[in-house]
Structure formats: structure tokens, C-alpha cells
Design a protein around this ligand. Structure first.
Ligand SMILES: NC(=O)c1ccc[n+]([C@@H]2O[C@H](COP(=O)([O-])OP(=O)(O)OC[C@H]3O[C@@H](n4cnc5c(N)ncnc54)[C@H](OP(=O)(O)O)[C@@H]3O)[C@@H](O)[C@H]2O)c1
Length: 319
């Protein structure tokens, strides 16, 4: 495997095996510095979302790259997401077009439904809205509109984020264009093996968000420390003369899972992508597998988004 490793997506597209998460990169100068450092380190895959409120900043950086000849559009893989208040068949096209306008692109490589529960739409930034849960969600009708975005050339591929197997199966049954990706919280303590197997068996690429279990994130209650503090991870890192983060990211790539670690620190960004010059042996993979802690390790439950979330019939997580 090299830094140019790609995973095949249905329909012939290819996703670079690691990407830069941009959630949490909120001001323009931070985004510009981070993207430039990431590009120089070798990143060509970037993950954003309408909800991160940084698409316009990313778009301006891309524009500079394309006009200076630093990169061509085809060099870049960009994912963005339909926001929670866009989860309605009447709003998919509007939000897709808004993302393209922000990113100053004719198409994105991947458009994901961010979350299986929607909120009623109000003008203005989602994060500031009242966030009243919408009980009339029709995933099948929304998916048909997602398919139309592929037909119209606005996105190369479409997929899901934070959906469970039951919800994916329901879409698969009637989909004309099958979901090509599932983006979920996934790290050494929460491997979601059955869901990953289902996705791989159905040709979907699995993308791991919070692959380092988001050290430093304080938004939700943490029941397990970040795995970079784990003794087994540290021991394996010492054996391969790599950092803890490199072991955790390489471990996922060896499982054909695409990690999208977020960093705004050029040194850590470089560290996170320098994972293609070694191989973790199977005995060490087994030791890492044993760190699985199940649902208790899940950090992002989205219940702080609104009181209607945890008891909603489409709440995707067990328990
Ligand atoms: N689909 C969804 O619902 C969803 C939800 C959450 C996140 N995401 C996506 O996934 C991306 C990553 O997830 P995340 O930000 O939650 O978690 P993460 O990537 O596991 O952790 C990010 C944190 O780790 C630090 N970090 C990065 N590399 C490091 C290293 N080598 N050593 C030590 N610390 C390091 C970063 O700090 P520095 O910046 O200071 O390096 C940052 O605080 C997001 O940016 C977003 O694009 C998607």
C-alpha cells in the first residue's frame, strides 16, 4: 500500500484510503492553513459537511489551487453532507446546489445523508435554528432525490452517514443507485464489525469518523479514554517505531476502512498520513481487536442536538 492507495466504490469511482476531516475547522485562516499543509503532506481526500459551516472557505482554497495549477479538480476527492434540516425530499436539491455553490465546484465526489433523523427547516444556519425534530421522514423519498443528484452530475456518488443496517437495507431494497459509502464513528474501541461486514459485502466503502476517538472533544460525555492513552496501543507503537495515532489509523486501513482524522496541526497531519510504509502483523491486529469495548465506547450520540433525538423511531444507535 502507498499513500496513493484507493478503495473501489461502486460505479468505478475510487476513494483515497485516508482523508482529512474538517469538522471543527471553523475560521477561514485555519481552514486555509490546514488544507495547504494537508495538500503538501499528500492528502487528496477532504471531508466536510454543510453543518461544519466551512464549505465556502474550502471552496476558496480549492479555487486558489486550481487557478495556480497546484491541483486539478480530478486530483481532489471531496465529500460533503446533506444537513439534518435537509432530510426531506423537497430540500435535497436545494442543499446540494448550495454546497456546490459554497465549494465553487460543478460536482462533489460523494454526497452523504448526514444523519437518519431530520429537523424541520428554517432559514439560516442549522446550528442556530430551533432544531425541532421532523417526524415525517421518508428515507426512500429522500434517496430518490439523492439519486437525481447523480443523474444531474452534481455528485459522482451518494451514501449515508450514521445509518444502521436496518435503515441501509430499507434503502437498498428500492435503490436504483445503491449507497456507495457509509460514514460512521469507528475506532479501535468501537469496531461495529457486523455493520462493516454488511457494508463490505454490499460493495460499500466504510469511512471511519473520530478514528482517534476525538481526543480533546468535550461536546459529549466520554466513557472511555482516547485509545492513544492505551497501554496495548503504546506497546505496539513502540514495536513498529511508530506513534500511537499511526498504529490506530494503519489498523483501520488494513481492515479496508478509510479513516478521516481531523487535525489543524501540520506535524500531526503529516504523522497521520505516513502510515503506508509498514504493516501491522496479524498477532498485533488481534491484540488491537481485543480492545473492542462495544457501544459504551460510542462518543457521538447526537442527543445534545435536541430532546427528540434519543427516543425517535429512526434513532440509529442501539440502547
Ligand atoms: N458524519 C458524522 O456524523 C461525523 C461526526 C464526527 C466527525 N466527522 C468527521 O470526522 C472527522 C474526524 O473526527 P473527529 O474530529 O471527531 O475525531 P478524530 O479525528 O478522532 O480526532 C481529532 C482530534 O485529534 C487530534 N489529533 C489528530 N491527529 C493527532 C495525532 N496524530 N496525535 C494527537 N492528536 C491528534 C486533533 O487535534 P489537532 O487538530 O490539534 O491536531 C483533534 O483534536 C471530522 O473532522 C469530520 O470531518 C463526521
Amino acid at each position: 500500500m502507498s499513500v496513493n492507495t484507493f478503495f473501489d466504490m461502486p460505479g468505478g469511482a475510487k476513494m483515497p484510503a485516508i482523508g482529512l476531516g474538517t469538522g471543527g475547522l471553523r475560521d477561514e485562516s485555519t481552514v486555509e492553513a490546514a488544507l495547504n499543509a494537508a495538500f503538501d503532506a499528500g492528502y487528496r481526500h477532504f471531508d466536510t459537511a454543510n453543518m461544519y459551516q466551512n464549505e465556502a472557505f474550502i471552496g476558496r482554497v480549492f479555487k486558489k489551487w486550481f487557478s495556480s495549477g497546484k491541483a486539478k479538480r480530478d486530483d481532489i476527492f471531496i465529500t460533503t453532507k446533506l444537513p439534518f434540516n435537509g432530510l426531506h425530499q423537497d430540500r435535497v436539491k436545494m442543499f446540494m446546489k448550495q454546497s456546490l455553490e459554497n465549494l465553487q465546484l460543478d460536482y462533489v465526489d460523494l454526497y452523504l445523508i448526514h444523519f437518519p433523523i431530520g429537523f424541520k427547516y428554517e432559514e439560516g444556519p442549522f446550528l442556530l435554528s430551533k432544531k425541532e425534530v421532523d417526524d415525517n421522514i421518508d428515507h426512500i423519498a429522500v434517496w430518490k432525490k439523492m439519486e437525481e443528484q447523480v443523474d444531474a452530475g452534481r455528485t459522482k456518488a451518494i451514501g449515508l452517514s450514521n445509518f444502521n443496517q436496518r435503515q441501509i437495507e430499507r434503502i437498498m431494497k428500492t435503490a436504483r443507485i445503491k449507497p456507495s459509502c457509509l460514514q460512521i464513528e469507528l475506532h479501535v474501541h468501537l469496531l461495529q464489525k457486523d455493520l462493516v461486514k454488511y457494508c463490505h459485502d454490499n460493495g460499500m466503502v466504510v469511512v471511519a469518523y473520530s478514528p482517534l476517538l476525538a481526543p480533546g472533544f468535550t461536546g459529549e460525555k466520554r466513557s472511555i479514554p482516547p485509545p492513544m492513552e492505551n497501554a496495548t496501543v503504546k506497546k505496539i507503537a513502540a514495536k513498529y517505531n511508530k506513534t500511537d495515532a499511526q498504529i490506530l489509523l494503519r489498523y483501520l486501513v488494513q481492515k479496508k476502512i478509510v479513516p478521516i482524522p481531523k487535525s489543524s496541526n501540520p506535524v500531526r497531519m503529516k504523522e497521520n498520513i505516513e502510515i503506508f510504509d509498514f504493516n501491522i502483523e496479524s498477532a498485533d491486529i488481534k491484540s488491537l481487536d481485543d480492545l473492542e469495548a462495544g457501544e459504551m465506547a460510542r462518543l457521538r450520540k447526537f442527543d445534545h442536538f435536541g430532546p427528540g433525538i434519543p427516543n425517535h423511531p429512526e434513532f440509529p444507535f442501539p440502547g
